[in-house]
Design a binder for this molecule. Structure first.
Ligand code: TEU
Ligand code: CA
Length: 564
């Protein structure tokens, strides 16, 4: 064993892992109330294990009135009633442990629900001891303390009649921001984390963790759109002045155990900002969920605007993260999660080349350096949905945007087109297990309708088909275990001129992988730069049966392995 390999042996578990993300509400309903539950997850542990993944990340499971589907916590130490009981959770933990699956829980510490007892106390009067747990400000002149626009539309400030002040909420008005400046609040939150460590979890996903420190004087944001009364203000609340100090304390007091993985959600982070957080020596957490590639739209329309997604732009971002973090930090790799439309609809082709494009996207992501995340349903190529009416949607961001824009005179048809493309509910329709009613998710009326394509796209149907997307994922995940170069190899771009093909190499100890991905529905001329000693060349995975030579076919992906 050489010294490089010896070093690699000390690799923490999460670097060689694949993590499966579960959105519990939409996974499996076992008690007929139309809502997924912990017993549903327990029932499907053998399925999850069969994918070959190493860990599960559970979306928020704490008590919540579900204004933002669990991202509004009303009790950090109780399980949401609809999901089950703490006994169910304990059972899930011990069964997962027995199956050698790690469990990562989602903690929402930037804000709580307005129904949390701390907030109920806090708003009850100006001199309540909990007042300072949240961020209260007087009116400025006659108006809001600042012109900041909420992530979920409208103001970040909500006026409280009874106590005559405004409270801050970056997200919905039912998600008041906790005041991290108050050491009492930090102590309370540390106790919450300790509670879950004591429950035996293997790590945390820290929701919107880069927004915990705000510019203390709450300055007005510059007017970028004069037709709007509120303006985007991320520069005043992301990566704020005391964020590193809080996270350092958090890390040193609680999270330094190397067996625990900490994954911070960092919307808006660049590779350099990410390194502050995850530098392998000086960092305060292990990985960040960056958003840059999911906001891969170089246009200016914001989330709901038309997408101008291009391969060169995407490649530039992915490559910058690969090169920027190499040897210093560790990437998360994903295209899908509960905040994103389904990747196969967005970057692939969910009709004619459904299977090809789902496999290509997966291969491209899993062959980069970092820890891949698979979001439930991705492994069968679940697609976006297009419900006819706004009444079928549940996501607070979607509903608020619709109301606001309707009030401003935008037509229903225009808004529904945007929602079909970008709503988070695209990712939140129930898991499609079988071709039976409701895709086998529930025997009752589901909390949000099942995608009508469940008869064509479901787990049962794909189980026995060797060429299915599902079985391709199994093969892809298994490759990671038998090819250390996928985990440890260095990254290099290949041919950065193509408008449609994203190709890259991974190398380690004389073994090289060449991964070629065609993001278009056409044949694209592309010559793979392979070594001349053809004997050593193998195709280890791909989505077309036969090999070819001078072009890549629609959504083709192929990984070559050879010795150099
Ligand atoms: O997301 C943070 C975040 O930046 C998103 O709200 C994002 O702006 C939005 O989804 C764009 O579509 C986290 C969670 O992942 C998200 O589900 C929560 O709604 C949010 O925090 C608030 O807790
Ligand atoms: Ca249920």
């Amino acid at each position: 064993m050489n010294s490089v390999q010896a070093n690699e042996q000390q690799t923490p578990w999460w670097k060689s892992a694949v993590i499966y993300q579960i959105y519990p509400r939409s996974f499996l309903d076992t008690n007929g109330d139309g809502v997924g539950d912990l017993r549903g997850i327990i029932q499907k542990l053998p399925y999850i294990k069969s994918l070959g993944v190493d860990a599960i990340w559970l979306g928020p499971i704490c008590s919540s009135p579900n204004d933002d589907m669990g991202y509004d916590v009303s009790d950090y130490r109780q399980i949401m009633t609809e999901f089950g009981t703490m006994a169910d959770f304990d059972e899930l933990m011990s069964l997962a442990k027995a199956a050698e699956l790690k469990v990562i829980v989602d903690l929402v510490l930037n804000h709580s629900s307005d129904e949390h007892s701390w907030f109920i106390e806090s708003r009850s009067s100006r001199d309540n001891p909990y007042r300072d747990y949240y961020i209260w400000r007087d009116a400025k002149g006659n108006g809001e303390p600042s012109n900041w626009e909420s992530v979920f539309s409208g103001s970040t400030w909500e006026f409280d009649e009874a106590s005559g002040q405004y409270y801050l909420h970056l997200y919905s008005r039912k998600q008041p921001d906790l005041n991290w400046e108050n050491p009492e609040v930090r102590r309370e939150l540390f106790n919450v984390v300790q509670f879950w460590i004591d429950k035996g979890v293997d790590g945390f996903r820290l929701d919107t963790i880069t927004t915990i420190s705000k510019a203390p004087d709450f300055p007005d944001a510059p007017v970028v759109d004069s037709t709007r009364s509120r303006q985007p203000a991320t520069q005043y609340y992301m990566n704020g002045p005391r964020m590193m100090e809080y996270l350092r304390e958090f890390h040193d007091v609680l999270l330094s155990d190397p067996a625990l993985v900490t994954i911070g959600e960092a919307p808006g982070a660049t590779p350099l900002q990410a390194l502050d957080l995850i530098d392998s020596k000086a960092g305060v957490m292990d990985m960040v969920i960056q958003w840059e590639h999911t906001e891969a739209d170089p246009g200016t329309g914001g989330k709901w605007g038309p997408e101008w997604w291009t391969v060169p732009h995407f490649r530039k971002i992915m490559s910058a993260w690969q090169r920027g973090l190499a040897g210093k930090g560790w990437n998360t790799l994903y295209l899908n999660n509960h905040d994103q439309p389904r990747a196969v609809s967005r970057f692939g082709d969910d009709a004619k080349y459904h299977s090809e494009s789902a496999k290509m996207l997966a291969t491209c992501i899993h062959l980069l350096q970092g820890t891949p995340f698979v979001y439930q349903g991705e492994e069968i190529g679940m697609t976006n949905v297009a419900f006819a009416s706004i009444g079928d949607y549940r996501c607070v961001e979607t509903l608020n945007m619709y109301q606001k824009e309707r009030a401003a005179g935008v037509s229903d048809a225009t808004l529904m087109e945007r929602i079909h493309r970008k709503s988070r509910d695209n990712a939140r329709t129930p898991m499609q297990w079988t071709g039976k009613p409701n895709g086998g998710f529930t025997g009752a009326k589901p909390w949000i309708a099942v995608n009508p394509n469940y008869a064509a796209i479901n787990v049962e149907k794909q189980e026995d088909d060797v060429l299915s997307v599902l079985n391709y994922y199994r093969k892809l995940i298994a490759l990671r275990k038998s090819n250390p170069v996928i985990v440890h190899g260095s990254y290099a771009d290949v041919d950065t001129n193509s408008d449609w093909v994203y190709a890259f190499k991974r190398s380690r100890d004389g073994t090289e992988l060449l991964c070629i991905n065609n993001f278009s529905a056409n044949d694209i001329p592309f010559r793979a730069p392979l070594p001349s000693n053809a004997d050593s060349i193998e195709v280890i995975i791909g989505n077309y049966e036969d090999d070819y030579a001078r072009s890549v076919r629609p959504f083709e992906t192929r990984v070559y392995r050879y010795r150099t």
